[in-house]
Structures are given as C-alpha cells and as structure tokens.
Design a protein around this ligand. Sequence first.
Ligand code: PHE
Length: 341
Amino acid sequence: MIQDKIDAIKLKIETIADKIDNSKSFTELKMALLGKNGEISALMKNMRDVPPEQRPEVGKIINSLRDWANARLDEIEAGVKKKELSELYKAEKIDVTLPGVRHERGSFHPNTLIRQQLIDIFSGMGFEIFEGPEIENDYYNFTALNTPKDHPARDMQDTFYLTDELLLRTQTSAGQIRVMENKKPPIKILSPGKVYRSDDDATHSPMFSQMEGLVVDKGITLCDLKGMLDVFAKKIFGENVKTRLRPSYFPFTEPSVEVDVSCFECGGKGCRLCKGTGWIEVLGAGMVNRHVLEGCGIDPDVYTGFAFGMGIERIAMLKYGINNMKLLFESDVRFLKQFKD
Ligand code: PHE
C-alpha cells in the first residue's frame, strides 16, 4: 500500500522533471513534495495510522524516499540554475567590437574662462574671494559709496529698483562696503558677480558681470595700483601690453582713473579694435575715497586703499574678438563651441 504511493510519487517526479525549466516551477514542485502540506510530508503524518509494529519498517521506507527525493530535486535544481544562468549570459552579452557611443565634450563659456583666469591671476597675488548679494540695499550700492540720494552720479547708472530701499546691485563695489564693515585692514579682496543696469545694446546688457578688487592697508598708493594692473594686463592680454591711467571720476574713489591697455591687436599703431587710438579702455579704478573709509570705521589718516572694477564680458569680448555682447547671452552652441581649449 505504502509502496504504491511511493512508486506514484517517484513516477510523478520523473515525468515532470524534464519540464521543470525555471526556479519558479522548481520551487512549486519542491513545496508540493516536501513543503508543510506536501505529499511526502503527508506520508510522515500518516504514520499515526500505521500499526506500531510496522512503524520502524514504514518509517525507513519513507525516509529513504525523502532522501531520494532530496537528491533528485538537487539534480533538477542544478539543471535549472545552469539553464537560467546561460540565458542570463546570452541576454547580457556585450559585443566589445561595437563602436562606442561618443559623448560630446562641452566647453566653458567665455565669461567663465575669463572669470577663472582673473581669479587665478589675483588669487596668485594674495586676493581672497568675496561674493556679495545681488539684491542690495540702497545704502551699500550708493550711499555708503559716497553717492547720497541727491548725488548727480546716481544718474550715471540706471538702476532697477525693487522697492525704495532695495535694488538689483548696479556694481560689485557694493561688496567693498560689506567687506570693510566686517574686516579691519589689511584687506585684499576680489569680488566677482552679476550686476544689473537698465541698458541694452551691442556692448551693454541689462545683466552682466563685474570683477571688483579692493586693497586697504597702511601706505597703499596709486603706484601700487598701477604696478598691480601692469601685471594683470600682461597676464591677460600678453607680455607686450602696457597700461596707462587717465583721470576720471567715481564718487567713491579719489583720485579716480580709467585704465587703458595698449592695443594688443595692432601693438599700439592704431586699428579697428582700438578705433585708431592704439589704446583700449579696460576698467575703472582709484584710491578709496576717505569718506568711504571713514563710513566703514577705518581711519583714513592711518590707512589708504585702492579699488578697481572691470566688466567680465568686456574683457572677454576684447580678448576673444567678440563684436556683439548678445552672443555671450544667447547660448548658441555654434558660438560656444569655439572656446574649446
Ligand atoms: N563700480 C565702477 C563701475 O561700475 C567701477 C569701479 C570700481 C571704479 C572700483 C572705481 C573703483 O563703473
């Protein structure tokens, strides 16, 4: 009787063994035989009904069936695993002879290139970077820079006001005040950032970038400014470039200067780039006005300083021969591609 059942189970295993070809159907078979409610487990449970004197004999038979089933299942499982693995290998096969997917390499925006070069040059001279807020209050952008509300110089820059007191900064010079209020000399900072003016043509954009420099210490003179600018101009425009200072006016510097570099295109003979003059204006600068120092709690009888500010787009346009500022803001890949180094 028991032997019949055992034979039936063995037959069943053998007939379906070949059809088991994945882990799922294998697990189902295993559970159907050896699981809690499986057929072999049921035989064990039925031992209760076997007369006591036959139990050792029947027990042995069932145990050997279980051992046989386990061994057979191991074989089936090994076959299934092998098959599944080879299917996986087939699916994941990589053809190493196929040509690769080419990823286009991007390039830095000319503004970024100039900004990085300037930061390199000036940090090499010991300048630290300070980045002020783009939304400024009137005090930092104008009043503290010796430009009170009724000062005519406020007309020099058309300002985007947000409220009576808040505005989009028109110059990175606002950062000078923030630094001097918080730090006592010696001060040597470089302040790059975006600035905003209501201005829009081939050489002006309502948003552009400036780079401001400020040095305050005992005994700083205009000569220090000139010497530093000479080094800067040579590094950015070329070894043969000379600088010259022309008198100018900014409310927060006294004296104020406009800085020209000798034309690096024609070497000073006169060409289209320098409009026949041999010189190109690159930045504004000057000695920090004593009122500005005083306003920040720095004694102008002990300390002096110089400041300079330049437009990054302007430097980029000059250096790379870009004739329209719009090109710097349009993100046209055909334009940007040319700046791969
Ligand atoms: N802030 C001035 C401008 O935007 C430039 C400048 C900076 C001039 C520092 C002198 C000193 O035109």
